[in-house]
Design a protein around this ligand. Structure first.
Ligand code: CDP
Length: 716
């Protein structure tokens, strides 16, 4: 396709004053000479919207251009923005592709994707040959999938080096450890060819001075402090009508803060500016996000309550004041306990600077740090990359699908802990997704002179699991549902588990909401509650007013329905026969299917020992937990003996969420890899399998126990 096709028609909508335009020629020249270009430039300088267009418009590069984003909101809004600038429809020349939403067409040459989606493409074609240029945006975030993509594009670049369509890579970021990336992308064999040497380009941003204010004392309650600060700024800065951006940690916190601020706003003096409160988090439906970007109505000031999404990936105009709580919600994982948790913790210094910078985009600004200066100095310089703090079973599944059998040899930009990789392999073995050749077999192969790579191998089940864009246990649940004859229900459950809770409980109508929700509540399984809600939603013809009257979130249910439709399409290629049938009244197959696929998430009730509440011990990690109070099972009397759960979360305590009561007999029957050996070992002590299981594990069942149970030798 000639460059003329990609040129814009109609009036000019590209903001030529963006700093990146001054670097257009330099960027294009460097991309032509070098295989890898590292671009560093302030948020809002035009990197994500303009650089992909520069490259798409040049004949030199040909082919298609992919731009990755760690967040789906950013991928979608960037594609829409660029399509608008070019006066074309999204899905034409410019499109986006995020999980469960593909808006691209045959003509699409510039594709914004989430990093996870490009990784999925790499699982089918590891050289990414449909693209001539891949831009990895927001690289400083070091999201799990972006980190893996660094390795993928590096390998692809080597493989395509000698072909007539070399792969060009652009790494873009607001702040970056440039040296780390320069070293990583430098070719080990010095060819002397500029193509093999990466180059860095810095784009000068526009940044006005930002006045910093620190708290004088450490805060007991940062939410409260944030609300007080917003009101103080609002009342004391009457001359400066700039908007306020508050950094909080998550949806629930933002929603409750919004309610409180709105209540307080009613009490403002009549002559004060009005306050317009706008929440912003990744799961917010697109139409509600628009309010964040629209200017505040005359006579009012906007207060945006955002997660770290507003740090670099989304630019909000009008902001002059930043309130930084210093907190962020992030995953953390310890291979020793096998526990992955979403926790609220302190940000890094780099994040604090990014947050402050948001106040100085359009004029001098102020940033209020709700922590003391000495505490700022104690923060770590940079955040720990996600790959070092998450559970890696999905990563291992993806690497194996791409043909990387020695997962620890993959060219990670920074390698994850070996223990975490080993633990992930063990989990996949326990799920039946992966098999590990025995020491004996691999030794025999070696002495044969065989050169087949060693290490774990995907099973047929593993291959089918990897084809679904779900976390491994959810994927197994869908696949296993065929065997249990409950695919219709499993599709709904998997879709509902991939969105947030559909139950809406406003603070001022708690009792009415709870009584409305009681209609759907199952005391047997939260999964059945989800099925009931979804069934009622369809019966009510997916009506928004009906949802409101019944305290259900319409946008969430609507999203779940779309996800379900997509899963139906994907399943037909994954299942052997079409298992879709009508939904059944009997819930037993669903519960058994849960045991079979979530066998690593089983917990047993602990005998009462005087401590308050009913406590459960998780089988895999041997942790004491409780059923989350929002679960129907928390209200069951007597509480179930054995449960299977969807996730373990830590707020004030450790809680099990998405819980279902199960029959103990099913453990040996449907999860023999983990429970049979346990039952047998303990039965040798004179008990029956069932009694032995009920007696609980004698020792802490850590990785090695369960690995033995699965009769494998977990090595990488
Ligand atoms: O990538 P970088 O942060 O450097 O900038 P960008 O995302 O390309 O944004 C450049 C400018 O485009 C922003 O300052 C906004 O004015 C505008 N923009 C927008 O209006 N809507 C979007 N979804 C993205 C950008």
């Amino acid at each position: 396709m000639g460059s003329g096709d990609a040129k814009m028609s109609g009036g000019e909508r590209r903001p030529r004053e963006l700093p990146v335009f001054a670097a257009e020629e330099l960027l294009v020249r460097e991309c032509a000479r070098h295989g890898t270009v590292i671009v560093v430039g302030e948020t809002g300088s035009g990197k994500s919207t303009q650089i992909p267009q520069f490259l798409m418009e040049r004949r030199t590069f040909g082919g298609r251009v992919a731009v990755t984003q760690p967040r789906r909101v950013a991928a979608v809004s960037l594609a829409k923005r660029v399509a608008w600038e070019r006066r074309t429809k999204v899905g034409g020349l410019v499109g986006y592709n995020v999980r469960f939403d593909d808006c691209t067409g045959k003509k699409t040459r510039l594709r914004y994707l989430t990093d996870g989606m490009l990784l999925r493409e790499a699982m089918l074609d590891s050289t990414l040959k449909r693209y001539s240029v891949v831009l990895l945006d927001e690289a400083h975030e070091r999201s799990l999938s972006t980190d893996l993509l660094f390795g993928v594009v590096k390998r692809a670049q080597q493989e395509r080096r000698a072909t007539n369509m070399p792969l060009r890579v652009v790494v873009m970021s607001a702040t970056l450890d440039v040296q780390l990336f320069m070293r990583y992308f430098s070719s080990s064999d010095k060819t002397g060819d500029a193509f093999d040497e990466p180059v860095a380009v810095h784009i000068r941003g526009r940044q006005f001075p930002v006045e910093l204010r620190y708290a004088t004392e450490s805060q007991q309650d940062y939410l409260d402090a944030a609300i007080v600060t917003v009101l103080q700024v609002h009342l004391s800065e009457r001359e400066n009508k700039g908007d306020v951006l508050v950094f909080l940690t998550g949806q629930e916190e933002i929603e409750s803060c919004a309610e409180l601020l709105e209540e307080k706003a009613q009490l403002l003096p009549p002559n004060a500016l009005k306050l317009q409160v706008c929440p912003l988090f990744a799961a917010l439906p697109a139409h509600k996000q628009l309010a964040v970007f629209a200017p505040a109505p005359p006579g009012s000031r906007k207060v945006v309550l955002a997660t770290n999404i507003a740090e670099t990936s989304i630019t909000i105009s009008g902001v002059r004041f930043v309130v930084d709580t210093g907190m962020v919600k992030a995953k953390s994982y310890a291979a020793s306990t096998g526990l992955e948790l979403l926790r609220v913790g302190p940000i890094s210094q780099e994040q604090a600077w990014q947050r402050a910078g948001r106040a100085g985009r359009e004029g001098p600004g102020k940033c209020f740090r709700l922590y003391r200066e000495q505490d700022f100095l104690k923060l770590r310089q940079r955040s720990v990359p996600e790959i070092k703090r998450v559970e890696l079973s999905q990563v291992v599944l993806q690497l194996l699908t791409m043909g990387v059998r020695q997962v620890d040899k993959f060219p990670f930009i920074e390698a994850p802990p070996t223990d975490a990789l080993r633990q992930a392999v063990f989990q996949l073995v326990a799920l039946g997704a992966v098999s590990v050749p025995s020491r004996h077999a691999s030794a025999a192969k070696k002495s044969d002179g065989g050169d087949a790579p060693q290490g774990p191998e995907l099973t047929e089940l593993g291959r089918r699991m990897a084809a679904l864009p779900l976390e491994p246990m959810h994927a197994k649940f869908l696949i296993e549902s065929e065997r249990f004859g409950c695919t219709e229900e499993a599709l709904t459950i998997a879709a509902m588990l991939s969105v947030e809770s559909p139950l809406f409980t406003p603070r001022n109508a708690r009792r009415e909401a709870n009584s409305a929700h009681r209609r759907y509540l199952s005391f047997e399984a939260d999964h059945l509650t989800l099925l009931n809600v979804f069934g009622a939603f369809l019966e009510a013809k997916a009506d928004a007013k009906w949802c409101q009257a019944n305290f259900l979130k319409f946008s969430t249910l609507h999203k779940a329905r779309k996800v379900r439709q997509q899963l139906v399409g994907m399943l037909s290629t994954v299942l052997e026969t079409s298992a879709l049938g009508s939904a059944k009244a009997d819930s037993t197959p669903i519960l058994q299917c849960l045991v079979s696929s979530f066998s690593l998430r089983i917990a047993q009730r602990l005998p009462p020992d005087g401590k308050p509440g009913v406590r459960y011990k998780t089988f895999a990690e041997s942790l004491e937990t409780r059923i989350h109070p929002s679960s129907g099972l928390a209200r069951r009397d007597p509480p179930p003996e054995w449960v299977v759960y969807n996730e373990l979360v830590m707020t004030s305590k450790k809680y099990l969420k998405g819980v279902a009561a199960i029959d103990q007999k099913w453990l040996v029957q449907f999860a023999p890899a983990l429970f049979q050996a346990q039952a047998q070992a303990q039965a040798r002590g004179g008990k029956t399998g069932g009694e032995a299981l009920a007696a609980g594990p004698k020792r802490k069942p850590k990785e090695n126990d369960a690995a033995q149970a699965a009769r494998v030798d977990v090595r990488l």
